[in-house]
Design a protein around this ligand. Structure first.
Ligand code: HEM
Length: 918
């Protein structure tokens, strides 16, 4: 009670204090207006990407300068050219030349000491001087022109190789984003370190992929809306975000240190780093390793994605505006001709091309909000107070679309720059590189790369949109405004390509010319991995409806080809219970799944080791349960979409998945070794293992313990779940189709009678039972994609190239439901197999056990177990569904297609059970 009273007194007091505090700040500062905010978070909860669009809507409502709160930080947003000019001139420019402290800058950028992140002051001024005099000076840029030219030629060659057709007249489908990104990454990384990271003929693929992923992550983690940066209180909770940023910083530093050490060894190199190392020798205190790594990082972070993304948007617009493409091409053909490739000095005579680039920068600025600034002291903008430490965002994206500055701002119109106004006219209207003292020092280089690469693409190829496809114009979240859906296009080499004869050996060397199967659009870095949500076989079936019976995907860096037709599969695989009720007429509710699974597990494990693991009268219950769990886990972890298997780069992060799999392997080996040792002690046992042990005595080098354990595991993994799951699906279908159950029972009662139990040799005279099993295998293959294969050399399937080391998935699930081969494929109809066609007819249409040389060696055993068990269940019991319950048919994820919801049923013993007295 007393406590409550206290609250009543304290609360108004607190509110009063808070009001006074806020009121005094308001009175003291004349802050820009802004939308209503929430306690604690301020406006953070509203910051859904794309943020530049949201902030443009606020500026329409609150004016060209307004304020927000991101947690405890005040934010001021500027959205007009005149206020940008006011901010970036005179004393204001100096005051506004600092950057706010951000977690990424702390942990990735050496505690805010790099040129892009350092606060305004002597250290930053020095770094800028080094950038403009030692790294990005016109002289040094010209020095590296050969790299830009070489990388552009290599890109053109790659496109040529991918699009080369014999008659030279047809268009080919290509993915542009990876090519553009490789170009700009190589360009900067080569200038900085002398290394080629991407494409053919590269240095260290794993490190290269990791680097690209880190650049991607840093852009995402530096987005303007990361709570942890603005709600310092979150840190008290052991913030995950902060941990992740730290890990990114550590990985990045490792790469940079490695690159730096490599350059140190290679003293004669002509790279930025070797130049900085020579300066280190003169001024070792100033040019420390951290300073050099900071400069490397600034170049490599700020110079790579930015240019690639701009190029992608530029090409997107050329595809959307064919008349612009045409005009740019005419200009190039006229000024450069058709015999030589456009070169950097030519850019000066190609004003329209330059205008295309400017128009791209206007509508698609890579940094739509520039990079945040913060005033080092209180300042005034537009008559309002902007207190020190406020985060200042300039919405360049909104300024670039301001109707007061631009006619029809949404239109991509390069001609608008043909107005005789000089570049100065645009200083505060068009600012893709920022403004003021902290304007991008790489603007010259960025523009050069983009313009030269774009000109080359226009000069060397014809371009068209992919037929029937609208180009998706959505923008990604994060600091850089990427295109969400990577650009694809149809492309055809122009005659000049053959004249150029660049890298001809390379272009026409057969090894590199692949006509890969088509496929859905992919994302940078991850490829299609992010799309792989289970059940994957259904997803892949939808893809095959769209892209054809053979299509390709990328799981990270691994190419995957999926086959979904019997003829292509043929092409790939040829050439080279406790139901005791007192009243026999009552149905009892039972759970079938555990019984079926005990049956098949015991069956195999007894064969292999002589032990009964499950049910009554068992050996070692704990071990048995552990074994079952391991089998389950191994199937889950072997699913086709586990990132760690396909993105080798993830392993560098001390991958959790890999650790877990290792632990699984160890537990499994412990069990196998124990079972093996027990069999060894029991010399007279009649088990598979005893037999293998006797072979071991004859050929000890060949039949090692590891080989025997491997065989045990293969049998025990492949032979247990598979049969249990098939049995469960078979029973599920009998429950759903009582007429099928009835027909199967009549067959058994007629052929076997009601006095003895069905036995294995009987199966031969029970064709309908066999058909039920086939139909179950058809609709519910336990391994819907079989088990992934890998090609050991380049091969051709369906006219397409499948390069070596590609993962090949055969979607048996989809083939077995293909309406071309099966009438009413979704219907469970065992009679479809009584058509007189022999088993050969089905070889490539029905393949629950796989196909080719690696077909399941346990197929016959599996079929026997399933058919005999199913026959026995039909013969001995009546079956019904649980009243009022729909049977859930959902499939589980993982390599084996289990039934998600374990099967339950109502069950009643038939009279035969009494006679059998088993
Ligand atoms: C299309 C290409 C590029 C675009 C659109 C771009 C854009 C930008 C923008 C908007 C800023 C922030 C400027 C501000 O705060 O006002 C910036 C800063 C920066 N950029 Fe670029 N950039 C590009 C290419 C490059 C290249 C090629 C390099 C170097 C190799 C580079 C290095 C930097 C650095 C070091 C900064 C930080 C400057 C500082 O804080 O003092 N950029 N860039």
């Amino acid at each position: 009670m007393k406590k409550k009273m206290l609250y009543f007194i304290l609360l108004p007091l607190l509110l009063l204090l808070a009001y006074k505090f806020l009121y005094s700040e308001r009175r003291h500062f004349n802050l820009p207006p802004g939308p209503p905010s929430r306690p604690f978070v301020g406006h953070l909860h509203l910051m859904q990407p794309p943020i530049h669009r949201l902030l443009q809507r606020y500026s329409d409502k609150y004016g060209p300068i307004f304020s927000l709160r991101f947690g405890s930080r005040r934010v001021v947003v500027i959205s007009s050219s005149s206020l940008a000019q006011e901010s970036f001139t005179g004393q204001n420019d100096i005051v506004l030349s600092s950057r706010p402290l951000q977690l990424t800058a702390k942990y990735v950028a050496y505690n805010h000491t790099t040129v892009g992140t350092a606060p305004y002051g002597d250290h930053w001024r020095n770094l800028r001087r080094i950038c403009s005099n030692e790294i990005l000076s016109t002289k040094r840029l010209t020095n590296f022109l050969h790299i830009r030219k070489d990388e552009i030629r290599r890109m053109l060659t790659r496109i040529s190789r991918d699009t080369h057709s014999d008659d030279g007249s047809s268009f080919t489908h290509i993915e542009l984003e990876p090519l553009l990104s490789d170009l700009t990454f190589n360009n900067i990384v080569r200038m900085v370190t002398g290394k080629r990271y991407y494409g053919d003929d590269v240095h260290n693929e794993e490190e290269a992929e990791l680097f690209k992923k880190l650049v991607y992550d840093i852009a995402v983690y530096s987005g303007a809306n990361h709570s942890a940066d603005y709600l310092p209180v979150l840190k008290l909770f052991g913030n995950k975000f902060e941990e992740e940023v730290k890990a990114i910083g550590k990985s990045m530093d490792e790469i940079l240190q490695r690159l730096l050490d490599d350059c140190r060894r290679d003293k004669d190199g002509n790279t930025m780093v070797t130049h900085l190392l020579s300066l280190q020798q003169q001024e070792p205190e100033y040019y420390s390793d951290v300073t050099i790594k900071g400069l490397m990082m600034a170049m490599m972070l700020a110079g790579t994605e930015t240019s690639a993304v701009t190029l992608e948007w530029a090409m997107t617009n050329l595809l959307r505006y064919p008349e612009v493409l045409e005009k740019a091409r005419s200009e190039i053909d006229e000024k450069i001709g058709k015999d030589r490739l456009i070169d950097e000095p030519d850019i000066a005579v190609l004003p329209y091309l330059q205008n295309v680039v400017s128009e791209t920068f206007r509508l698609f600025p890579v940094a739509p909000l520039l990079i945040p600034r913060t005033p080092t002291e209180d300042m005034k903008i537009g008559g309002y107070d902007v207190p020190r430490d406020t985060i200042v965002l300039v919405n360049a994206w909104a300024i670039h679309r301001d109707t007061e500055l631009w006619d029809e701002p949404e239109r991509f119109n390069p001609d608008r720059y043909d107005n005789g106004c000089g570049s100065e006219y645009y200083t505060y209207k068009l600012m893709p590189f920022g403004n003021g003292r902290r304007i991008c020092p790489g603007a010259g280089l960025g523009r050069r790369i983009v313009t030269l690469a774009l000109g080359s693409l226009i000069q060397c190829f014809d371009w068209e949109t992919v037929k029937g496809e609208e180009i998706d114009m959505s923008e990604s979240a994060g600091l850089g405004m990427r295109k969400m859906d990577p650009l694809r296009a149809m492309c055809r080499p122009r005659p000049i390509m053959t004249k150029l004869l660049i890298y001809k050996h390379f272009l026409f060397s057969k090894k590199h010319r692949f006509n890969l199967p088509p496929g859905p659009p992919s994302r940078p870095f991850v490829g299609h991995l992010h799309l792989m949500k289970p059940p994957i076989h259904r997803l892949l079936q939808r893809y095959s409806n769209k892209h054809g019976p053979i299509f390709s995907l990328r799981f990270g860096s691994r190419r995957v080809v999926v086959i979904t037709s019997p003829s292509l599969a043929q092409e790939s695989f040829t050439g080279e219970n406790d139901s005791d009720s007192d009243d026999g007429s009552r149905f009892t509710h039972i759970e079938l799944e555990p019984l079926l699974s005990d049956l098949t597990f015991n069956n195999i494990i007894r064969m292999v080791t002589g032990k009964r693991y499950y049910g009554d009268d068992v050996n070692n219950k704990e071990e048995a349960e552990r074994f079952k769990k391991l089998v389950y886990d191994i199937a889950m972890y072997s699913g086709a979409n586990h990132s760690a298997d396909y993105l080798p780069v993830l392993k560098l992060f001390g991958n959790k998945f890999e650790k877990e799999v290792k632990a699984l392997g160890k537990s499994m080996d412990d069990i196998l070794q124990r079972l093996l040792d027990e069999c060894r002690r029991e010399e007279n046992g009649n088990t598979m293992v005893n037999h293998l042990l006797s072979l071991q005595q004859q050929e000890p080098e060949y039949y090692t313990d590891v080989i025997i354990k491997g065989l045990m595991m293969s049998m025990m993994l492949a032979g247990t779940e598979t049969s249990a799951v098939t049995l469960e699906w078979a029973m599920t279908n009998l429950l759903k189709h009582p007429e099928v159950l009835e027909k199967a029972r009549s067959e058994i009662d007629e052929k076997i009678g009601k006095d003895r139990m069905i036995d294995e040799p009987d199966v031969a005279m029970l064709p309908y039972l066999q058909n039920i099993v086939s139909e179950t295998f058809r609709l519910f293959p336990v391994a819907p994609f079989l088990i992934p294969r890998k090609t050991t050399e380049d091969m051709k399937i369906g006219g397409y190239d499948v390069p070596r080391d590609t993962i090949v998935l055969v979607n048996a699930w989809a083939i077995q439901r293909d309406p071309e081969f099966w009438d009413e494929p979704e219907r469970f109809n065992p009679d479809r197999f009584s058509n007189g066609c022999g088993s050969e007819y089905y070889a490539y249409k029905l393949m629950p056990f796989g196909n080719g040389r690696r077909i399941c060696p346990g197929a016959a055993l599996g079929r026997r177990i399933v058919t005999l068990a199913l026959g026995s269940l039909i013969q001995c019991f009546d079956w019904e569904t649980v009243k009022g319950e729909e049977i859930d048919m959902t499939e589980s994820p993982g390599l084996g297609m289990r039934k998600m919801d374990p099967l339950r049923a109502m069950c009643r013993p038939r009279p035969i059970m009494g006679k059998l007295q088993i």
